[in-house]
Every structure is written in structure tokens, then in C-alpha cells.
Ligand binder design. Structure first.
Ligand code: 1GP
Length: 234
């Protein structure tokens, strides 16, 4: 079974998934092993990536994580430099909420030479940036405008356009450190319209917010900051 198939099957069976996001810029190798060993037992995946990561850091951190954890390690890269062949899979992201060709296709083309001779599983993913109440680094780096949480129809249409173009997953992103996460109303509407699994992340800091996202229809939730600062509220 591929990593994508595992996610699809869990979504089909309504088994909720939880990814801990590691931003290689914020962890040195010794810190990362300790962090991974202390992750909550219900974490099912590790995502790795960030908006701005120094060259070669990702690879070093990926190798360290691989030594200490058996969880599937999935690249969630901010740009083509963050691709490491030592991970298990790659969210091949296209920032479809934005209109910046750099993140719609340029970074993807530039990543091909790095990817094509590896065993990385490539997972086509539509990435949708939604306003989380404060400017986040995704917005700054991608130079794109997040969709308003009020414009549910535009978010649903964007997600559907992603599905129709062959994306296998849709990622609803409020941005790392968002003030408020993607609303239940948005998740519900996207879930009702789509046939593919939905990832939700950005600004989720408590069990209650996590459960709200799951109840609304998120198949996989990503938590970065709250785990990183050890501030997640049980
Ligand atoms: C960011 O969705 C992730 O890409 C996680 O966000 O750091 O706010 O948990 P947080």
C-alpha cells in the first residue's frame, strides 16, 4: 500500500490522522530526536518543511528523524531546495489559491531533476491558503493573497478545481501560527463537495480545535507550532 492509499483508506474508514509538522529551520539534530520521541501517541505522520529553510538542513533533519521514528515521513516543502530523497513521500504542492506562477508551476519544474531518480512517492496536492487572521510566512514568501474565510464558495470552487485537475489531496492552510484555524463551516463545505481526502492545518492548538476540525470532515490535521512550543492544550 502506498502512503497515499493509506490516507485514502483511513479517510474512507473515517479513521482520523494527525501529522506533526517539523520545520527544519527551528530544530537542530539533537533537539529533533528528543522532539520526535515525545510526540503524542496518536500522531500518525511526520511532515517536514517550512517557508524558508537553509540549504541542506532538510536532508540532515530527515536523516535524524528516520533514525528515531517509524512514522511515515512526508516532505511538505516550501520550495524545491527542501526535497530530500531520504524521506518517504512528497506532497507535490501547487498553491492553487494564489496566482503566482512561481508556486503554481515554476518550483515544481525546478524540483524534477531532484525527484526523478528517487524512490520518493509523489502525491499531487492542491494547497489552498486561507486567511488565518494574521500575515503568515506562507503569504509573505509566496506573495499570494489568502482566500477570505467568508468566501466559502470560492474556497470550495478552488478545491474542486484542484480535484478536477487531478490533485489527490487538498490542503486547507490557515498558515503556521495563524490566529484562528480554518473554520468548521469551510471544512464541512469542502468535504461535502470533494471525493478526495482533506488536510487541514494552521493555528490548531488544542484538543478541542483538533476535534472540531475532525468533526467538520478533516481527514488529516497538521500541527506545528503548538507541538514545537510544547503548548498544545489537551
Ligand atoms: C503550517 O498547517 C501547518 O503549514 C501547521 O500550522 O504551526 O499553526 O500548527 P501551525
Amino acid at each position: 500500500q502506498s502512503y497515499l492509499e493509506e490516507i485514502q483508506q483511513a479517510a474512507f474508514e473515517n479513521r482520523k490522522l494527525l501529522a506533526a509538522l517539523i520545520d527544519p529551520d527551528k530544530f537542530d539534530e539533537s533537539k529533533v530526536s528528543e522532539f520526535v520521541q515525545k510526540l503524542p501517541k496518536d500522531a500518525t505522520h511526520i511532515f517536514i518543511g517550512g517557508s524558508t529553510v537553509e540549504k541542506d538542513r532538510t536532508c540532515a533533519v530527515v536523516k535524524t528523524i528516520k533514525n528515531v521514528s517509524k512514522l511515515p515521513l512526508i516532505l511538505f516543502p516550501g520550495d524545491h531546495s527542501q526535497i530530500s530523497s531520504h524521506a518517504d513521500a512528497l506532497l507535490f504542492l501547487s498553491l492553487i489559491s494564489g496566482r503566482n506562477p512561481e508556486f503554481l508551476i515554476e518550483q515544481q519544474v525546478r524540483s524534477v531533476e531532484k525527484i526523478k531518480n528517487t524512490n520518493l512517492e509523489i502525491i499531487p496536492t492542491g494547497y489552498i491558503l486561507i486567511d488565518g487572521g494574521r500575515e503568515t510566512s506562507v503569504e509573505r514568501v509566496s506573495k499570494t493573497i489568502p482566500l477570505s474565510q467568508n468566501d466559502i464558495q470560492q474556497i470550495v470552487n478552488t478545491a474542486l478545481a484542484g480535484q478536477y485537475s487531478g490533485k489527490k489531496l487538498i490542503y486547507l492552510e490557515a498558515g503556521s501560527g495563524a490566529k484562528f484555524p480554518v473554520s468548521s463551516a469551510i471544512i464541512q463545505a469542502v468535504k461535502a463537495a470533494l471525493d478526495i481526502p482533506i488536510i487541514v492545518g494552521g493555528g490548531i492548538r488544542s484538543t478541542q480545535q483538533l476535534q472540531l476540525s475532525y468533526d467538520a470532515g478533516a481527514d488529516l490535521v497538521v500541527i506545528g507550532t503548538a507541538f514545537e512550543n510544547d503548548s498544545f492544550q489537551a
